[in-house]
Write a protein that binds this ligand. Structure first.
Ligand code: SF4
Length: 198
């Protein structure tokens, strides 16, 4: 039976495919780091701020917010919990679109890994609500600003291609090569398992 991957697996696979390999082929080794716990705490604080935040942050005058929406699709082979889903104007009325919002702790513009993550949630949300998702937002907590990301056909195709690549990686249990940019290895929780990186 095919594994259902988490949306965050796609993001991590884009940063370093080995992280996802370790997760599924060596599932008992993943350490919980101080950074992970800090991330959970910051997410909880952000939830409280989101309740007070105006929808204008996302260029909207109306919409129904659904925080922490759990999504799953056997067809896509994906599951995940999106930070915030917005139905415009609302799910019970004839909605015209749905929007995905994810929070991040960085001031950097959205890299390919975040764009892929947002596109994966977009596909899941479309299936769950039956509404088109044409755009998503990455909300920078330190900047208090939302960056809009268009969900392009190319991004949609990348989601499906990445799920297939991960499936092949797990099925063959072949450890992927490290990323060409090994800057992330220094603070990686799996550093002690990778003896061939800086
Ligand atoms: S240490 Fe580097 S190569 Fe190994 S899993 Fe972490 S990021 Fe990937």
């Amino acid at each position: 039976m095919a594994i259902t991957f988490e949306v965050t697996d796609l993001k991590q696979y884009t940063v370093c495919p080995r992280i996802v390999f370790y997760r599924y082929c060596l599932p008992k080794v993943r350490p919980v780091t101080v950074l992970m716990n800090e991330g959970i705490r910051q997410h909880e604080e952000e939830d409280e701020r989101e309740e007070r935040r105006s929808l204008r942050t996302y260029g909207l005058t109306q919409g129904e917010r659904v925080p922490h929406l759990a999504l799953r699709s056997e067809r896509l082979g994906l599951s995940g919990r999106v930070d915030l889903a917005i139905a415009v104007p609302e799910r019970s009325a004839a909605g015209t679109e749905a929007i995905v919002v994810e929070y991040k702790y960085s001031e950097q513009k959205a890299g390919p890994h975040f764009k892929l993550q947002l596109a994966a949630y977009a596909l899941l949300l479309e299936e769950a609500w039956g509404l088109p998702v044409k755009r998503a937002f990455l909300y920078s907590i330190p900047l208090r600003k939302a960056e809009v990301i268009t969900i392009t056909p190319r991004l949609r195709a990348s989601v499906l291609e990445t799920v297939e690549r991960i499936q092949q990686c797990i099925a063959t249990e072949a450890m992927p090569a490290p990323p060409s940019n090994q800057g992330r290895c220094v603070a990686c929780e799996f550093r002690r398992f990778c003896n061939d990186v800086v």
